[in-house]
Design a protein around this ligand. Sequence first.
Ligand code: MF3
Ligand code: CO
Ligand code: CO
Length: 255
Amino acid sequence: MIKIKTQEDIKKMRIAGKLAAEVLEMITPFVKPGISTEKLDDICHDYIVKNQKAIPANVGYRGFEKTLCTSINQVVCHGIPSANNILRDGDIINIDVTVLKDGWHGDTSKMFLVGKTKPHNERLVKVTQECLYKAIDLVKPGATLGDIGHAIQTHAEKNYYSVVEDYCGHGIGEIYHEEPQVLHYGSPGQGTEIVEGMSFTIEPMLNLGTKYTKILSDGWTVETKDGKNSAQWEHTLAVTTAGCEVLTLRKEESL
Ligand code: MF3
Ligand code: CO
Ligand code: CO
């Protein structure tokens, strides 16, 4: 069952989404060589709790203990912030945060280039963001989730990247992960029809090498099987009459 949101619901999601976006804006100047992912996590945790008077939704989610997922280089998603994990020049990192405010969730992530990065990494990061934007462009009543997945897969494969199939986007609202599943691959016209009032994330993960992943012994960290780098970008959006509203849009973006 897909929960359709009212205008009142979306008003609250808009607030949660904006807060999540503001966490990523706030942390940006700190993402530099030498900082630990734990420090980044501490800063975001305090900002959400003290400044935003909101709840870091990842904390306690299925036993996860941190505010952020920090996924560096070959880590696909769900990297656990740690004092031992120090950003190095040339790394690429995804920071993924979900803010819970007034009972509603906003879930978003972006990639950061740490110091001076290799062109092949920059290109992966850029194409992955393009995939997200192309998908968002297609979201409107009457389109299908297959259209979305197809747009992502097509743009990824045209650029010789693979799309991770083991993790997907999701409905979001009062519940963090709800129906529908939003696959990042698919066929035009297939899958659930998009209707006004749906809210879901799109969060494509693209790999330099093969699409296969493995989970490390910590039970969370997802890495590429071949050890090659991976990138991800995520937005939460709400479907409107004629298109969609990106609830987690940052100031640096123009969509
Ligand atoms: N934010 C992730 C997503 O995009 C989920 C993280 S769950 C956690 O759906 F427990 F690892 F934080
Ligand atoms: Co998500
Ligand atoms: Co997320």
